[in-house]
Design a protein around this ligand. Structure first.
Ligand code: TRP
Ligand code: ZN
Length: 853
């Protein structure tokens, strides 16, 4: 075993592991930052003046982080001084306890393909600083516990960059004689460097205003390319809804006179909460019914709310260090989930959130990249913007709310914001505020922050006694686990449907028994209702129980769960489909259930989720079983499915009910087509042709994508011809083809790789094709390893351009332990090839080497 594949071998010298236990307060504070930008795409001059203050009694020099920067000048108190570089860090000796430190650098936004720091996207100059991008703009401590008041002056060519934006409020602007102009912005709220932002470009704006609960007027602006202006109305409406919601739900009011959102096409993530100047991936801003699906509309609302909510959970109270990332992300995801539940269907939102958690976070927790919600170490922080930090982190907040109750939880968050406003805090601080406001002891609960892995809980009802047991599997670096605190909303349901009291059972030992009074006749266990804890449940059930719960459980999530479990019996155990077909039929024709819920309930577990239930999966067998079940359902329920498919809602009706009708429509179409591919293809083509909205159109196209019918190519050609000028829709065109469950799709991906519209430089486009491929369970896992090779090629090529985005494509290859041996070896070989690539970034190195571990 050579050094590259031996997990015990030290990583290469430039890859330094950062540890949580090494945290020390900063040697120097930076109280004020004054920045001057002479903006130019090829050479931007950045002058910085930092007002620094010694922290404590020490004689250490000022150390300022930089990345790919060369100091042109360094001064202290206005006088040029000696300086030294320690690697990429600028070291300046400062006499006395306070000083003004000046630096000057040149940076080149056009050649910044990593999209961190100052870069260009479609002619717009913009920034992305979280987590450590500010050091690519200027020398600075660049750590989140150093908070400063920023003043920013930008100068730029007026014709090319007529709009100049930065954090906070505009204070002055003017013209220069050479066709240039300038603007100055001031942000009165001390903030960490990762929240710095500026934007310069030829942008159009949708303006609106919001009156806060204390009567202050806030000017809102959404800035986009002129042509995109008609697509900003939904984002604006969502923003105003989010502002009102945060006042009502958390008592949080906006604090500046301005709130601006800018959309750019090239962006590593979804969006960024820079103070007063959120910058978004355009896919989470732009939406109209011709080009965006209902799900896209929901994502826009969710992400706009998420970034807005960060103004309190993230900006007013920020993170002490990056190990505390879930302090802002877990809490803010929980807040945006609650918001979306309140403005839409709460039951369906919960089902969607749990589906995502199980599809992404559970496998992460179960694999080589498993880490705690508050990790202990990392090589590259960008790799820790994970489903564990975000989505499991949100589940932790949800569980604490369940344990405290709504009122005490709210007192706790009020206390948290009051105590830590203007500070950089820790996850412990958050929990302490909840404890102090409620009197509830959460010390045992806090294991959820430090212990990785998804708990397994088994449950068995014996007469009036519920027997529970839990175990947490070992994860990398954590071989032994202690029992966790697991809140389980539980109810007993009688054979005739009579409902017992709902109880909160808190499992906090390895084994525990709980007695119930008033046990209804033939009681059935409805447990982990609403998915009150992010665990894997094994419930021992009598024959016929799941079938009964699938039609009688009063908790929509638990009912959905019972139907899913019926499906797994067929898909994992190879059982007969009859019970599932009956449950689907009853659901489909029920008058009590709404269409949105029906759409969720009739969606079979994905092949990836089915694979998670096998110790070692055979993707071919899983595909065949799932297709067989889809065919059985489609044949048996052809009548009611065709009826559900025929129901339409007006394309511009975005009500919860109309979205539900459309969701069910395509789910029904897909099942119908599984039973009768020829008629299904014709029906799909008809749905495509008649569509007055993207939801119906994309749904039809998705169904056609998996069929070997002449309608497929014709529809894809038509779609491309119609939308080729719209990058977000072209992304859909790439993704739908790459993720199609169709033999021969790897040839299609290879062809699309050379399509003139394909580029590795745009993260959305790369994710559409490479991410689409990786999500195509059956074809990605082709037994000859071609899918693995193609993904590894994407990763290696993209790494030279954008390490963060390349690294996020690695995890699918890390599932090698969970596949049958032939595929397993092929996956490992690709990971080894990646790790052995000369000049690899530390982003990809960390993900690929840990995936081998
Ligand atoms: N804080 C952002 C969010 O969750 C995440 C983010 C945006 C990000 N851009 C990034 C993280 C770039 C890492 C790198 O809303
Ligand atoms: Zn966030």
């Amino acid at each position: 075993m050579d050094a590259r594949t031996n997990p015990e071998a030290p990583p290469s010298p430039e890859h330094v592991t950062i540890r949580r236990e090494d945290y020390r307060p900063p040697d120097w504070w930076v109280r004020e930052v004054a920045l001057e930008f002479e903006l130019d795409p090829a050479a931007t001059r950045v002058r910085s003046r930092l007002t620094v203050e010694r922290n404590g009694d020490h004689d250490r020099p000022l150390r300022l982080a930089g990345e790919e920067l060369r100091p042109l000048a360094v001064s202290v108190g206005g006088r040029a001084v000696e300086w030294a570089m320690d690697g990429e860090t600028l070291v300046v000796a400062v006499a006395g306890d306070a000083a003004e430190v000046g630096t000057e650098v040149d940076i080149a936004p056009v050649s910044n393909s990593a999209l961190m720091g100052l870069y260009e996207s479609g002619g717009i100059l913009c920034t992305q600083c979280e987590a450590e991008g500010f050091r690519r703009i200027t020398f600075h401590p660049d750590r989140p516990d150093v908070l400063s008041v920023y003043r920013v002056r930008m100068t730029a060519d007026k014709a090319r960059y007529p709009v100049l934006l930065a954090n906070g409020n505009p204070v002055a602007a003017g013209e220069l004689e050479d066709g240039r102009h300038w603007a100055e912005w001031h942000d009165p709220f001390p903030k960490p460097s990762y929240l710095f932002a500026l934007v310069a470009g030829n942008l159009a704006v949708l303006r609106d205003s919001f009156t806060t609960m204390s009567g202050r007027e806030v000017e809102l602006g959404i800035w986009v390319r002129e042509d995109d202006l008609p697509k900003t109305r939904h984002a604006m409406a969502s923003l105003k809804q989010a502002m009102a919601w945060d006042e009502k739900a958390y008592g949080r009011e906006y604090d500046l006179d301005r709130f601006n959102i800018v959309a750019v096409d090239d962006f590593n993530f979804g969006a960024m909460e820079n103070k007063g100047l959120n910058i978004f991936n355009s896919r989470y801003v732009l939406a109209d019914t011709d080009t965006a699906t209902d799900s896209d509309f929901d994502s826009v609302a969710g992400v706009v709310a998420h970034e807005y909510f960060h103004n309190w959970s993230g900006n007013r109270v920020t993170c002490r260090d990056w190990f505390q990332l879930s302090l802002k992300e877990g809490f803010t995801v929980f807040r945006d989930q609650s918001f979306s539940a309140d403005i839409g269907s709460a039951a369906v939102k919960r089902i969607e959130d749990v589906r995502l958690l199980r599809a992404i976070q559970f496998p992460e927790d179960n694999g080589p990249l498993a880490h705690a919600v508050r990790p202990d170490s990392y090589l590259e922080i960008a790799n820790f913007y994970t489903a564990t930090i975000y989505n499991k982190g949100a589940e932790l907040i949800r569980m604490m709310r369940t344990l405290l109750g709504d009122a005490a939880f709210r007192r706790g968050t009020d206390l948290y914001f009051e105590r830590h406003d203007g500070e950089a805090a820790t996850c412990d601080d958050f929990v302490a505020a909840l404890e102090d406001a409620s009197g509830v002891d959460l010390s045992h609960f806090k294991l959820w922050y430090s212990q990785a892995g998804t708990p397994r809980v088994s449950a068995r009802l014996e007469c009036d006694t519920l027997h529970l047991a839990q175990s947490v599997p070992p994860t990398p670096g954590q071989p032994d686990k202690a029992p966790m605190v697991i809140p389980l909303r539980t109810r007993l349901i009688g054979a005739a449907g009579e409902l017992g009291e709902e109880r909160l059972v808190v499992l906090d030992r390895a084994e525990q028994s709980v007695r119930f009074d008033d046990v209804p006749d033939g009681a059935m266990l409805s447990i982990n209702r609403g998915f009150s804890a992010p665990v894997v449940m094994h419930v021992e059930r009598a024959a016929g129980e799941l079938e009964a719960l699938a039609t009688s459980d009063d908790d929509p999530f638990a009912r959905y769960e019972a139907i899913q479990e019926l499906a797994y019996r067929v898909l994992v155990e190879g059982g007969a489909p009859d019970a599932l077909v009956a449950a689907f039929g009853a659901t489909l024709t029920s008058n009590a259930l709404d269409a949105a819920f029906k759409g969720e309930a009739l969606t079979l577990p994905s092949e990836a989720l089915i694979a998670e239930r096998f110790e070692r999966a055979d993707p071919e067998l899983i595909h065949q079983r799932r297709e067989g079940l889809r065919r059985a359902v489609g044949t048996a329920l052809a009548g009611p499915l065709a009826e559900a498919q025929a129901a339409r809602a007006a394309g511009d009706d975005l009500s919860v009910a109309a979205k539900g009708v459309r969701r069910l429509r395509t789910v029904a179409l897909a099942l119908f087509a599984a039973g009768d591919p020829a008629r299904g293809a014709a029906l799909a083509r008809a749905q495509y042709d008649a569509a007055d909205n993207m939801t119906d159109r994309q749904g039809a196209l998705m169904v056609l994508a998996g069929l070997d019918a002449p309608e497929r190519t014709a529809a894809f050609d038509d779609f491309y011809a119609h939308y080729r000028e719209d990058p977000l829709v072209v992304d859909k065109w790439f993704a739908l083809q790459a993720s199609a469950p169709r033999a021969g799709v790897l040839d299609t991906v290879a062809e699309l790789r050379t399509h003139p519209d394909f580029t590795l430089n745009n993260p959305n486009r790369l994710r559409s094709l490479a991410g689409g491929l990786a999500s195509n369970h059956w074809q990605f896992h082709a037994s000859d390893g071609r899918g693995y090779r193609m993904l590894a090629d994407f990763i290696v090529e993209a790494d030279a351009i954008n390490p963060q985005v390349a690294a996020r494509l690695v995890p699918p290859l890390g599932k090698w332990r969970r596949l049958e041996e032939g595929r397993s070896a092929l996956m490992r070989a690709e990971l080894e090839r990646i790790v052995g690539t000369p000049g690899l970034s530390k982003d990809v190195f960390e993900q690929a080497s840990k995936s081998l571990g």
